[in-house]
Design a protein around this ligand. Structure first.
Ligand code: CA
Length: 672
């Protein structure tokens, strides 16, 4: 597993700005065969309980036989009963028993080409025991926290109204300074009133204080790598190694052996966040599985769920040894029904698709449309790239460059990411905010949310050469995430000899560009208190000593935190930063002609998007020399100047020549 997660991260990094070469040959015979298989996407797949008993229904069209094995415990026991299944319609095998088997566990075992395959919990296990090897039969009604039927996440009209905070459960709560009891667990995000010894808020109170609208939790479905039978070992993993897609991860529960615990505790987490006004986005990884021949997909319907090369081997656009085949009906339905299930049963408010371009645009459009039917506030975004070539034709891939074919989906902007802070793959490389000229036009691509703008020359873009977004609602802006060097470490590596104060200043400028740009801002947890990961760029299985947030930094870097909080407040208070159409952006954003390198100056005019401010003037100076901006005469409120930012304004200005200090943002606003 180690290898696969490592390779996905490296491969991801390597491909995150390029469109892969054309599709290579697929195995035609296999392809035609799979296309002829009947599909079945009923919600009664694979196990349901009702008044008449317990019903099993496994989709496995080519099986010669199928059976259900029933167990009293989640492991270390033999089946107390084995039920032969009968072939039914649409490739489904069925068997029922008249009892409600709550408390029992089950697996399936199919025979294909004369071989009895290994047992599997199936692909639709909604509850499971330790390490997910046996699916569990539980009464979901008993897993709902009090008030669950009234629970709902924040209502947002457009994704651009969201402020997304990406986090890992262990990062957020493992350090003793968090003051959180349930460290590394779902329940960590239910604890109120936690604080450091300095009195600074931690946990959910910290999120409220910061003002983010959504947390984006790293994979929280049941993944493969962490041994749930040995939680004392304190293993860490990001979780990009899916095992059971429809069951929460056991190591984040207080008792992996109790199948109801992980379900109930995850719901309690979501309820607590919702009660705090915060939505929950789940990171989903349908593009590959941790295992190949012994994955749950392979053990139920060998071959079908994956793409193959001409020689019959697994193709590998994920860099993890396989890639799934969303263009096939049963796989497409699986993805759609799985996210619908999370939205329905767990009230999830958004989904982040890992290596989304491995999926086809049609499936992604179905995902967005079906989720909106459940809850119009749900949004979907993803990585608009693959980690290797795929048999799926380029025009069908859910690529960044194809986002215009997916109106309801947003993609990460590697344009703004690399232009502002320097290239992700070269630690020493600097960007606009750290004094490297030549990135100005690409930063402007970020400012306009990758939409067409008369003053932005896409031919000068470092990554993208055309306006790929049809609207700013299709872009996620960021300068760091769990992958690659986080901003703090990137600044340390690219600014040798600098002081921490200088690096914090650069971080403020970088994030000011992100949070005032059109599109949706995205923040990696702990950056707001300037935490680091000790220079580790791929910390997917690094120990807590690398990954856990030291919350005492909130005291040490209090001014940094206040700046971020004010920045978020500024964005949330002013709709001008949250326009929803390319036309509005083109009309309301006017760039000033600037010849100095590393300086960008622009206005957001016309009370954009219903803003109370008639005009907002933003000048970003990423150089190490002061820049004298010519500001029109008027009654200006000074919002940001010389590394300080106060959302409601800190001073007034009559305009004229205004000095913009090195590595800082000047933001002025006027109402008339
Ligand atoms: Ca697991």
């Amino acid at each position: 597993m180690t290898k696969t997660t490592l390779s996905v991260t490296l491969a991801l990094a390597a491909i995150s700005m390029a469109v892969p070469a054309g599709a290579y040959a697929q195995n035609r015979t296999m392809e035609e065969q799979y296309a002829s298989w009947p599909a079945y996407s009923g919600t009664d797949l694979e196990m349901t309980v009702d008044a008449s008993g317990t019903h099993f229904a496994l989709w496995s069209p080519k099986a010669e036989a199928a059976e259900v094995l029933l167990y009293n415990t989640d492991r270390n026991s033999t089946a107390y009963s084995t039920l032969a299944m009968k072939r039914s319609d649409n490739g489904v095998w069925r068997v029922s028993v008249p009892e409600q088997l709550y408390g029992k566990f089950y697996t399936f075992r199919v025979t294909v080409d004369g071989h009895k395959l290994d047992e599997t919990p199936g692909v639709w296990a909604k509850a499971a025991g330790t390490n997910g090897k046996r699916a569990a039969i539980i009464d979901f009604a008993t897993t709902d926290p009090e008030g669950w039927s009234e629970d709902k996440g924040p209502e947002i009209k457009n994704i651009t109204d969201a402020v997304i905070y990406e986090m890992h459960h262990r990062d957020f709560s493992m350090d003793p300074s968090s003051d959180i009891v349930h460290k590394g667990k779902f329940l960590a995000l239910t604890e109120m009133g936690t604080h450091t010894t300095f009195g600074d808020k931690t946990g959910i109170d910290h999120l409220k204080e910061l003002g983010v609208t959504h947390v984006h939790i790293l994979p929280s479905y049941d993944y493969n790598s962490v041994d749930e039978a040995n939680l004392a070992a304190n293993q860490y993993n990001w979780g990009y190694d899916p095992y059971n897609y429809n069951t929460p991860e056991g190591s984040y529960s207080t008792d992996p052996a109790n199948p109801s615990a992980r379900v109930r505790e995850m719901k309690e987490m979501i309820k607590a966040l919702h009660d705090a006004g915060i939505g929950v986005v789940m990171d989903v990884v349908y593009n590959h599985t941790a295992n190949n021949d012994d994955s749950n997909f392979s053990l139920t319907a060998p071959g079908y769920y994956y793409r193959h090369r001409a020689d019959g081997s697994y193709s590998d656009a994920s860099g993890c040894g396989n890639e799934t085949a969303s263009e096939r009906q049963q796989m497409s339905d699986f993805i759609v029904n799985s996210v619908k299930y999370w939205a329905d049963e767990y009230h999830i408010d958004g989904f982040r698709f890992d290596l989304m371009a491995i999926h086809d645009t049609e499936t992604m459009n179905r995902v967005a449309e079906e989720l909106k039917k459940i809850n119009p506030s749900i949004f979907v975004y993803g990585e608009g790239w693959t980690a290797g070539d795929s048999p799926l034709p380029v025009e069908k891939r859910a690529l960044k460059e194809n986002v215009n074919k997916m109106k309801g989906i947003a993609v990460f902007s590697d344009d703004i990411r690399d232009a502002v802070k320097g290239h992700y793959s070269n630690a020493a490389d600097r960007g606009f905010a750290t004094g490297k000229p030549g990135n100005e036009e690409t930063v402007k691509i970020g400012i306009v949310g990758a939409t067409a703008h008369p003053q932005v020359d896409y031919s000068k873009g470092n990554n993208s050469k055309f306006a790929y977004a049809g609207a700013p609602t299709q872009v996620i802006n960021y300068v760091s995430c769990h992958d690659d060097l986080m901003l703090t470490d990137k600044l340390a590596k690219s600014m040798p000899g600098s002081t921490e104060a200088e690096r914090q200043r650069a971080a403020r400028l970088a994030q000011t560009i992100v949070f005032t740009s059109q599109g949706t801002p995205f923040l990696w947890s702990g950056e707001e208190i300037f935490r680091d990961k000790k220079g580790v760029h791929n910390s997917y299985k690094s120990p807590d000593s690398i990954n856990a947030i030291d919350w005492t930094l909130k005291h040490k870097n209090a001014e940094q935190f206040n700046y971020y909080r004010e920045l978020i407040k500024l964005r949330k208070t002013h709709p001008a930063f949250r326009m929803t159409s390319a036309e509005d952006v083109a009309r309301n954003i006017v760039f000033d002609k600037i010849t100095s390198p590393n300086v960008i100056s622009y206005s957001i005019k016309n009370n954009a998007n219903g803003d109370s401010w008639k005009e907002i003037k933003l000048v970003f100076n990423g150089s190490d020399a002061p820049f004298v901006a010519k500001i029109p005469k008027g009654d200006w409120t000074v919002v940001a100047r010389d590394g300080q930012l106060v959302a409601e304004g800190m001073d007034t200005s009559r305009g004229g020549s205004v000095v913009v200090a090195p590595t800082s943002a000047l933001i002025l606003a006027r109402s008339k």
